[in-house]
Design a protein around this ligand. Structure first.
Ligand code: PXP
Length: 271
């Protein structure tokens, strides 16, 4: 299965939001300070990230409060603060004053954000959060599925942006299921177009990946990141897990060379 994407120039490509949560996950696995997600965010900016995204979860499983303070102090590009709608998070967002906020659903047991926010089912709560964060000066986005009723509710709630959940499309891509993939792509594009027609700025993200050269099942396929980036309605792409995973593959050779040369230097200079 091949998809012919629109040929984008750097001028009209979507902005890239880089989610650094997974650097913090690796750090937290050992409980120390390395690798520092804030240093990774600085590197991401040097590499061309347009936005730095992080999700401060209730259980602080990856990014922590002091990371947020340090990110705010030293990152020059806009910060995109993902959070659940809780009093605690709204207070922290107000204190931090990030340029962007993305409101997401959060369930304690989930591995990552599952499904989109139910704007319709908790309209008053979502609208109050949108109003409060707009007052605080942050641009609010709602992370929702490509469902017309939710998109219309998001517009009514007063959010200027929506981020459509690309998880179902990403699953179809990983499963190498061309029918499901085409359906999800069409559903996503219809949702983006509806959002645009309602005056919303439209973003997309979750589960998007590059095709890894060693992945025989997907060799030669257009990447899920490219399929979504090619949609002209996508103003921002938000990517985390597969981008940090890709960094392992593009960085591992250099990391080994660095450790080997350190060992050789140490042995040579040993008395
Ligand atoms: N957008 C939102 C709202 C998310 O919650 C996440 C995951 O934290 C992403 C994008 C990025 O998803 P992934 O890590 O699968 O690329």
């Amino acid at each position: 299965m091949t998809f012919s994407g629109t040929h984008l120039t750097a001028m009209d490509a979507p902005l890239l939001g880089v989610n650094i949560d997974h650097v913090a996950t690796v750090r937290n696995a050992r409980g120390g300070r390395f690798p520092d997600p804030v240093a990774a965010a600085q590197l991401a900016v040097e590499g061309g990230a347009d936005i730095i995204t992080f999700h401060l979860r209730e259980d602080r499983r990856h990014i922590r409060d002091d990371d947020v303070v340090r990110l705010k102090a030293c990152i020059a590009v806009p910060l995109n603060f993902e959070a659940a709608i809780t009093d605690e998070m709204l207070d922290i967002i107000e204190r931090t004053a990030p340029e962007h906020v993305c409101l997401v659903p959060e369930r304690r047991q989930e591995v990552t954000t599952e499904g989109g926010l139910d704007v319709l089912g908790q309209f008053g709560r979502v609208k109050d959060a949108c109003d409060r964060l707009a007052q605080a000066g942050s641009r609010v986005s709602l992370f929702i599925g490509a469902d017309p009723a939710q998109i219309e509710a998001a517009a009514k709630a007063g959010a200027p942006c929506i981020e459509l959940h690309t998880g179902p499309l990403a699953h179809a891509w990983w499963d190498n299921d061309p029918v499901a993939l085409q359906n999800e792509l069409s559903r996503l594009q219809a949702g983006l177009q509806l959002g645009r027609s309602l005056g919303l700025r439209t973003h997309a993200g979750h589960g998007l990946a590059l095709t890894q050269p060693g992945d025989a099942g997907l060799a030669g396929q257009t990447s899920s990141a490219a399929l979504v980036a090619a949609l002209p309605e996508v103003a921002e792409l938000h990517i985390g897990h597969a981008l940090i995973g890709h960094a392992v593959f593009v960085g591992l050779r250099q990391a080994i060379a660095d450790f080997k040369s350190e060992a050789i230097r140490a042995r040579r200079s040993a008395p």
